[in-house]
Design a protein. Structure first.
Length: 76
């Protein structure tokens, strides 16, 4: 699995209108890595130290939890 390029993320974040870093990160992963599959996104996050902290902060412990989080974002 590829590592998250945090330098590119910081650049990407400068142009985002979202306040939540996790939502910006999810958008970044979709855009920069062309990741649309929640399983791939979860795997990348759980293999990254900062990604793990972001998942824990939102009580996301598996792919289903991430899918639920994404569903809530879309359906507000």
């Amino acid at each position: 699995m590829t590592d998250i390029n945090w330098l590119e993320f910081k650049e990407y974040k400068k142009h985002s209108v979202k306040d939540d870093n996790f939502e910006v990160l999810l958008d970044f992963l979709k855009s920069y890595y062309n990741m649309l599959n929640p399983r791939d996104v979860y795997e990348m996050l759980k293999d990254d130290e900062t990604g793990i902290l972001m998942l824990k902060k939102r009580d996301i412990s598996d792919v289903e939890g991430l899918e639920s989080y994404l569903f809530d974002i879309v359906n507000g």
